[in-house]
Design a protein around this ligand. Structure first.
Ligand code: ZN
Length: 212
């Protein structure tokens, strides 16, 4: 959101379950373009959900809501809204995500709630950086790369986005939040038996720490 506020990112989106009129109305006072579309989401596990329509989801465990897209360009907002539920590759490109990361989303999605284990598995040992640490979001921490799923913890493109996210917070004067972001990204974690990332004490078998 910090990158978006500084127009370093052209669009963001989120899922909203309640009071969509009120939320969209309030946001339209600050953002050039706000668009929304009713969708269903199905909780996959962990922090992962699928977006779809009632035609795709016949089972239970679905929630009604709206995708809200905020953008600085009206055409882009409408394109994202169309692509979001139909073509995640196109949606990723429209959000400005690196092509390597967009290509990796399918493999991470296939892992479901165990996406952290899959992300660690596909990350080379050399070059891993806290700037690309999306894992922190799995235990409730702050992720430098926001909602982007990096293709690996060593992806230089994702790391650049993480670095820029931190810089954007500082540009907005949110220095405490910026410091908290680095602290969470550098927190020691380990992957548990379910493939989830959880905070850990240093020195425990399997404990890992990424450096900014
Ligand atoms: Zn990448």
């Amino acid at each position: 959101m910090a990158r978006f506020a500084l127009r370093r990112k052209q669009a963001v989106r989120f899922f909203c379950q309640e009071s969509t009129d009120r939320v969209a109305g309030a946001l339209s006072g600050f953002v050039a373009h706000v668009a929304r579309k009713p969708v269903l989401t199905r909780h996959v596990g962990g922090t992962w959900s699928c977006i779809g329509s009632s035609a795709e989801f016949s089972s239970d465990k679905t929630e009604d809501g709206n995708i809200i897209v905020l953008g600085w360009d009206s055409g882009l907002v409408e394109e994202i809204l169309d692509a979001e539920s139909a073509n995640t590759t196109e949606a990723g490109a429209l959000f400005g995500y690196p092509a390597c990361c967009v290509r990796a989303v399918y493999a991470l999605a296939q892992a479901g709630a165990a996406w952290p284990a899959e992300l660690v598995r596909r990350s080379p040992e050399v070059g891993r950086t806290a700037k690309a640490n999306r894992l922190a979001a799995d235990w409730g921490g702050l992720s430098p790369v926001g909602e982007l799923f990096p293709c690996s913890l060593a992806c230089p493109m994702a790391a650049a986005i993480g670095f820029d996210g931190h810089e954007s917070l500082r540009c907005l004067g949110l220095n405490s939040l910026a410091a908290c972001l680095v602290k969470h990204a550098e927190s020691t974690f380990r992957i548990n038996a379910e493939g989830r990332a959880r905070p850990s004490q240093p020195g425990v078998p399997g404990a890992t720490q990424l450096v900014w």
